[in-house]
Every structure is written in structure tokens, then in C-alpha cells.
Design a protein around this ligand. Sequence first.
Ligand SMILES: [Zn+2]
Length: 152
Amino acid sequence: MLAAEQEFDGCFTIVNGRRQPVDRWADLLFQSAYWQDDQRTIWHLDELDPVYCSRIYGFIVRQEDEVGTQLAWDATRGPDPSGDVAWDAATRSVDALLELVSERGWISRTELMQALSRRMRGRPAVEGECFCGYPVAEGWVHSSCYAGMEMA
Ligand SMILES: [Zn+2]
């Protein structure tokens, strides 16, 4: 039963419990938990050290214009939201996307870049969540949690 085995998890298609690589790293801009390297290996941002996260951050900053143009082109070329469109047509209108990418520095405000900047400062990638995957909130003890630990 293909339908039962194939799921979707934010940005990734999941086949038999495994996340499948996205076609382009820019497809990951609007989430805060993962990075995919140039070998198409998918990483939890919490597994990557701050120096590496900082390198990814620098790489993405330099791609801002190119990626903005690509997203705008994807968004405006036609009524086909399926496939590898990086932004989700269901959650972001074309106008909202064009407005987003028109501002200088837009890419630094994406979820992925916010997450990378948290990791560069040694904090967990996902705001409000610990390295263990559980919430940072009253009643939760995280004293033995660390970056790269096995996620819940
Ligand atoms: Zn924890």
C-alpha cells in the first residue's frame, strides 16, 4: 500500500519511515529543524556544530538574490503547486511570497536562517524546544540534554 507507506513531514516525503532528500536545499528555508548537505544527506540542525551552522548561514546569505528570483519564478509561472515548489502554495499566497523576497535581507528572516542563528549561539534549532525534542518549559528537566543527542 503505497499510500500508507508514503507520508509528508513539512518539507520531506517520507518513504518507509525515511525522509527523502529534497530536490533543492532552498526547499528547506521555511522550516527550522533540518539541513540537507551537498551529498543529499539530511541532518538535524541540532546534530551540526555551531561552526558548521555558521558556514551554512554564510552560504545561504550569499544565495539570497538567486534563491529569491527562483522562488518568485516558481510562484508566478503557473497554477501548478505540485512537485518541488519550495514554498507551500497552500500557506503562502503569490503576493505574500513576492513581497517577502522583494525585501533585502529577506532570507535571514526565514525559519531556517533563524534556526541556524540559534545553533551558531549554541542553542537548540527549534525555538522553545530542547535538544531532546521536548519543550523547554516549567516542569521539564533538561540538565543532561546536549546538542546531537538522540531525539525523542
Ligand atoms: Zn532536553
